[in-house]
Write a protein that binds this ligand. Structure first.
Ligand code: ATP
Ligand code: ZN
Length: 297
């Protein structure tokens, strides 16, 4: 087992918050196991030379830019904010969207404000915890505003009179409604993503990175996939293949002494009840849908 930093990858994830559990689950599903340190901030990778750093999500992009870690699981909103604020919008390399932590950066205004278009915010005060990203996105639309930077509780700023509108992260919209605000416009759609750093890394680390990315791809694909088994009339094969979501080449086995066949296939897209009903209507029987645990293309 190699111990030098050069032969190991360091991955940063959020210590506690909305992204923590899913990030750690993904790494564990990639076969990584960790020995926790006493301070619980650094976890040593046991079988695979990948170590974990548990930090505040806001620190992850900076740790990447400074070369303290090689990979980071973080919301695109944070990655963009830090890159724009610190590095002219560059420096981090998005490697893969992770399909969780979905939210949107929205402009919201008081419910009773008479406004239909963000262009009408010209010259107004916008409270946000994402000053660089908000300014960048409003600049692109040619709207000049005064940005009021707040670390938290952005949604109460209009009520307090410290801003006319806000630019904040929304997932369900409950917080906005509770504060008598309404969504005017979506500025940016975000989800958790895996980031690396622009520029070359050592060959050894690149090899490790490629292995980890291949495993991650397999885990992500497996979680989206289902293994479907069914029986069908031989002459319905073409129709059945068309009805299986995300399948091109199913495996086909004859059922001795009948004109029916068994079809097995990995469906790369979500399998809904509607799909199963359509398969049954096309002559399929004994339909089984199973989860896929691991996958390596
Ligand atoms: P930390 O202590 O690590 O700084 P935090 O309070 O900044 O935590 P969380 O609230 O856990 O962070 O959010 C982490 C990320 O989750 C956000 O940056 C964003 O990418 C994503 N997210 C998803 N839905 C929401 C939401 N409704 N509000 C805020 N963030 C959300
Ligand atoms: Zn944070």
């Amino acid at each position: 087992m190699s111990t030098s930093r050069e032969n190991r990858l360091r991955v940063a994830i959020q210590k506690s918050g909305r992204l923590s559990e899913r990030s750690l689950d993904l790494l564990k599903n990639c076969g990584l196991q960790f020995a926790r340190s006493k301070d619980k901030l650094f976890w040593y990778g046991k079988d695979f030379p990948v170590d974990l750093l548990l930090v505040r999500d806001d620190d992850i992009p900076r740790l990447l830019l400074d070369g303290v870690c090689d990979l980071g699981f973080v919301g695109e909103n944070i990655a963009m904010e830090v890159m724009l604020e610190r590095n002219g919008g560059e420096g981090l390399r998005p490697l893969r969207q992770l399909g969780f932590g979905q939210c949107r950066l929205c402009i919201a205004v008081p419910e009773d404000m008479d406004i239909t278009d963000s262009a009408e915010l010209e010259g107004k005060r916008i409270a946000t915890s994402y000053p660089a990203l908000t300014r960048h996105l409003l600049d692109k639309k040619g709207i000049n505003t005064e940005i009021v930077e707040l670390a938290g509780s952005v949604e109460i700023a209009p009520g307090l009179g410290t801003a006319d509108a806000i630019s904040d992260l929304v997932s369900t919209g409950t917080t906005l409604r509770a504060n008598h605000l309404r969504e005017l416009e979506v500025l940016f759609e975000s989800q958790a993503s895996l980031y690396g750093r622009d520029g070359a890394i050592s060959t050894q680390r690149q090899l490790l990175l490629d292995r980890l990315l291949a495993r991650l791809e397999g885990v992500m694909q497996a979680s989206e996939s289902k293994y479907v088994m069914l029986h069908a009339p031989r002459n319905a094969l073409e129709k059945i293949t068309e009805l299986l979501p995300g399948v091109e080449h199913p495996s086909i086995m004859p059922l001795e002494g009948t004109d029916r066949i068994a079809i097995h296939a990995v469906c790369g897209e979500t399998v809904f009840w509607e799909h199963l009903e359509a398969l049954k209507a096309a002559g399929a029987s004994a339909i089984l849908v199973l989860p896929v645990e691991k996958m390596l293309a």
